[in-house]
Design a protein. Sequence first.
Length: 87
Amino acid sequence: MANTKQARKRAIQAVARNKHLSAQRSRYRTAIKNVRKVILTGDKEAALVSYKTAQSVIDSMADKGILHKNAAARHKSRLVAAIKAMA
């Protein structure tokens, strides 16, 4: 356990930050998962709508620094490619 007041405060802040960032990462992963689910159903229109919401979540995570901008671009690109591959 932390020995100084400053170390105790930092430990408490680290727990709070971890909780917040975990929720943000979960939100981002769920958005991607929802797009993948809709793609499997074969409904291209619904996939595009789902992608649009996921895109805003992914961009938000990249802007906040939770996700690297290149990783965000990669995820979006792969989702678009999967949607385009639908017949």
